[in-house]
Design a protein around this ligand. Sequence first.
Ligand SMILES: O=c1[nH]c(=O)c2[nH]c(=O)[nH]c2[nH]1
Length: 293
Amino acid sequence: MAVILGPNRYGKAETRVVRVVRDGGVHHIKDVNVSSALSGDMDEAHLSGDNTAILPTDTQKNTAYAFARKYGVDQIEDFALLLARHYVSSQPAVHHARVEIEEYFWDRIPVQGPSGERHSFVRSGREVRTCVVHHDRDGTTTVLSGLKDLVVLNSTGSEFHGFAVDEYTTLQPVTDRILATEVSAAWRHVSDGSPFGKSYSEVRRCLLEAFAETHSLSLQQTLYAMGKRVLETRGEICEVRLAMPNKHHFPVDLTPFGLDNPDEVFYAADRPYGLIEGAVLDDDAPAARFAWE
Ligand SMILES: O=c1[nH]c(=O)c2[nH]c(=O)[nH]c2[nH]1
């Protein structure tokens, strides 16, 4: 038997970059979390401890901060593209760069200082925006945008029946239930030139509208409807992957207290939960290459 080195990459995970832009007394905040991972001609670092090809992860952290100052941080996808291209073009040993960014939203606290200052924020209860960019020295670039922690609920319009049963099945069919989930979604851009800000808000709108407008016979059906809505509405997207936990809401039995419960009071269970995952894509979507790695 011979031992060989398998696929490997290395980088700095979760460099938290907060940038404040001052427009007089009106401040703007960008709060991102940058993870870079590089791979290429660097086997010797693992095999013999030769670090010649290794650009330190500490340098990768510094680069994220320096680029935030030099180029600003607007759309996270554009910032990730900038970093990924920088590593591949400046380091001969780096054949491939993967840059993942999360963005956390802040809302302005609507008060003003005596001279009109506006510099107070509250962390938004909104979802986290995400992206994953790959850039390879063969010239291929892939861009995924996404979101996570988007919690949604339909208080009716959801059924679940007609399912397979065996000797362990106790679930009763229902024609009206609460459907709640915490959406994690990622969508693949056809090119690296999408207008990423507008695209993000429109995809988010498609997901929410399809969730609300679909009369659901299962979370699986709702998932497909959400992905389909994005693909039919947004030409710049060719694939959507969704992970949606079924956040079960069980009507509480109130009969011990002499009370009925006409689907009014629910117990929101946190675990276990059903986990529904799926990809929806254009049948002529270009090859994904390493986009999902
Ligand atoms: O929408 C659902 N899909 C399932 O696969 C499932 N399984 C289950 O127990 N409840 C549900 N609900």
